[in-house]
Design a protein around this ligand. Structure first.
Ligand SMILES: *Cc1c(COP(=O)(O)O)cnc(C)c1O
Length: 482
């Protein structure tokens, strides 16, 4: 393990030099009041510039990134982020734009936002857009709040429930709850799709809407989507789609045509802007005609040849982000969409589906397959039988993958599959890369049968051994001060 900075510190060593003071010194005690001054020196590491550069360089090598290899993190769409996106986002005209600049001096940036919004509406088959939300969960919150504003505008105050399938991403119930609704779960059938009977029994005039991920978090297309839409609309509710991952639909099918009224999309997943490590991301929402008046402000509008910011929309739910959302992310997504074009976006989806099915076909014999049918952009495996037979859990399996230089897939999600592993290779991997990954997955499955302890004690060559997750949650300590 790399030593901590404080352990490398030597008293008096410095990584900087300051010029002599050429203004009158200030008496800090007078300025701040003596009681506000600290009386002990802060305990900061003292190091040379060289040492600090080496320290962070070494730490950066402990990271796993897309530049290191395949990232099979299902539901996260960890695809390659083309470098040209970065070049565009780093353009001084974009990067140095002050958020308070007058719209007439930021016409290029506003046009980019307007045209990105138009592209997203086209891709999704919907009529309104807001680029403001800063993440998927934030988009859900903004979207569900927009739905609430619609019901309230119609004086329909009794709609207090949001229905959700039990395979939903955890952010869905959280967003609906924060937006003031009560969540009601809807069961999944044996084949992973929504149980229509259960849904029907819960449809009434207290339902504000239904939130659904399609393809669902098992990687399967919800083929009863038209019937679901009829049921929900039939009782006056709205249809919300979690479109965090659009990687199986983009260019192939449009949520608007399926009957959805509102959807968020994660630009930091499908539209190739970097994510992981906390962002920044962007979770724009698109809505059907009836929800347009309630979208967040500001709205970028086109007036003749000019682009303007409209904030005076009395029915709007208001602002959900300071200024204009995460603008740099919007630039990257815009470039990605323009570089690929309609045909390229469709090919990206087709290849994402092909790659997932290819890996699935190469490894499924060694795993339990809860839903044995062709998948879309991701697929789910279960390790329940393996755990029962050899004591090797899905968590152990994932740790062993680290030994082979891979990031682990999503594990223990979706919750409806025991010992789940959700694998999403994405379209940006070559056949050789997919083959290597499949070989390692099969190899670990064999190790689990023949030498379970090897897998149970993994990782063996990662920078740290197993951490005590439970202790870390209960007793979080992120400070180097003992
Ligand atoms: C990633 C994801 C989200 C949440 O997106 P964030 O940007 O992490 O807030 C929601 N739903 C699904 C299905 C996702 O995969």
């Amino acid at each position: 393990m790399e030593k901590l900075l404080i352990e490398k510190s030597r008293a008096g060593r410095k990584g900087y030099s300051l010029p002599a003071l050429d203004v009158p010194a200030v008496d800090m005690a007078k300025c701040l009041g003596g009681e506000n001054l600290r009386h002990t020196e802060p305990q900061l590491p003292e190091m040379s510039e060289n040492e600090i550069a080496r320290h962070y360089y070494k730490l950066s090598h402990l990271n796993y990134s897309l530049e290191d290899g395949l990232y099979p993190l299902g539901s996260c769409t960890m695809k390659y982020n083309p470098k040209v996106n970065e070049v565009a986002a780093g353009h001084p005209g974009f990067q140095h734009l002050h958020p308070n600049i007058a719209p007439e001096h930021a016409q290029g940036a506003l046009r980019l936002m307007y045209e990105l919004g138009e592209s997203l509406k086209e891709i999704l088959g919907l009529q309104g857009v807001s680029l403001q939300p800063a993440a998927g969960a934030h988009g859900e919150f903004a979207g569900v709040s927009t739905m609430r504003a619609y019901h309230w505008h119609n004086k329909d105050f009794k709609r207090k429930y949001i229905l959700l399938p039990d395979s939903a991403h955890g952010t869905n119930p959280a967003s609906a709850t924060i937006a003031g609704f009560t969540v009601l779960g809807v069961k999944s059938r044996e084949d992973g799709r929504v149980d229509l009977k259960d849904l029907e029994s819960k449809c009434n005039d207290e339902v504000a809407g239904f939130m659904l991920t399609n393809p669902n978090t098992i990687g399967l297309f919800e083929d009863q989507i038209v019937e679901i839409g009829k049921l929900i609309h039939g009782c006056g509710g709205l249809m919300y789609m979690d479109g965090a991952n659009l990687n199986a639909l983009m260019g192939l099918a449009r949520p608007g045509d399926m009957g959805f009224d509102c959807i968020h999309i994660n630009l930091h997943k499908t539209f190739s802007t970097p994510h992981g490590g906390g962002g920044p991301g962007a979770g724009p929402i698109c809505v059907s005609e009836k929800l347009v008046p309630f979208l967040p402000v500001p709205q970028v509008i086109k007036n003749g040849d000019n682009y303007e910011l409209k904030t005076d929309i009395p029915t709007s739910i208001g602002r959900v982000h300071s200024f204009f959302g995460n603008f740099g992310v919007l630039v990257r997504a815009f470039v990605y969409i323009r570089m690929l074009g309609g045909k390229g976006l469709r090919e990206a989806s087709e290849n994402a589906i092909l790659n997932a099915n290819y890996v699935f076909s190469q490894i499924k014999e060694n795993f339990e397959v809860p839903f044995d049918e062709p998948c879309l952009h991701e697929f789910v495996l279960s390790g329940e039988k393996r755990k029962h037979e050899s004591g090797v859990s899905t968590g152990d399996f994932a740790k062993r993958l680290l030994d082979y230089g891979y990031h682990a897939p999503t594990i223990y999600f979706p919750l409806i599959v025991h010992e789940a592993m959700l694998v999403e290779p994405t379209e940006t991997e070559t056949k050789e890369s997919l083959d290597n990954f499949a070989t390692i997955m099969n190899k670990i499955a064999q190790e689990a049968r023949e030498n379970p302890d090897l897998v149970r004690n993994a990782p063996h060559n990662a920078p740290t051994k197993r951490l005590n997750d439970a202790l870390a949650v209960r007793n979080l300590n992120i400070s180097w001060v003992k």
